[in-house]
Design a protein around this ligand. Sequence first.
Ligand code: HEM
Length: 140
Amino acid sequence: MSWIDLTGKVAVVTGAMRDVGLDRLGGHDVVSAFVEDLMPRLTGDPTLAVYWKGKSRDSMRKDKQLLLEFLCMAFGGPSAYLGRDMKTSHEGLGITDDEWDVFAVHAVATLDKLGISGSEKSEFLAAASSLKPDIVEVPR
Ligand code: HEM
């Protein structure tokens, strides 16, 4: 676990994410395609849609941009992330373990669609899992 101080806020990024490496994934454009494909899957899922209900189109654009910047930063890219750390931004949402699993199925589907496979895929998923303790609040 390492700590990066950005814009006066402290973002926690796991070594697992940095180790994946942005370039190995295909760089900013591939991560952007990942976010563009993943977000509609999440917001369109009947189990998860509640989390984004009532958000304007522009707020969704902002959320997508923050996710993109977070992932690029966390995978070791040069981009700055100006959002909140994962614990702060998910605290109080009450995300459950089961909902995390639904999210993970969508993440796998997106990786498959983009042709991210092999060690990149498994390391990407391991990196996501390393953030789970900060995101899931209701364990099984
Ligand atoms: C590894 C997995 C995840 C990552 C990397 C991630 C990343 C992010 C980022 C970067 C933000 C924006 C932070 C900010 O506004 O400053 C955010 C917000 C949010 N995330 Fe996640 N997230 C993950 C998983 C999830 C899951 C599984 C859910 C729901 C099932 C979820 C629901 C939300 C919601 C609703 C917000 C908006 C919170 C608000 O506006 O107050 N996230 N996430």
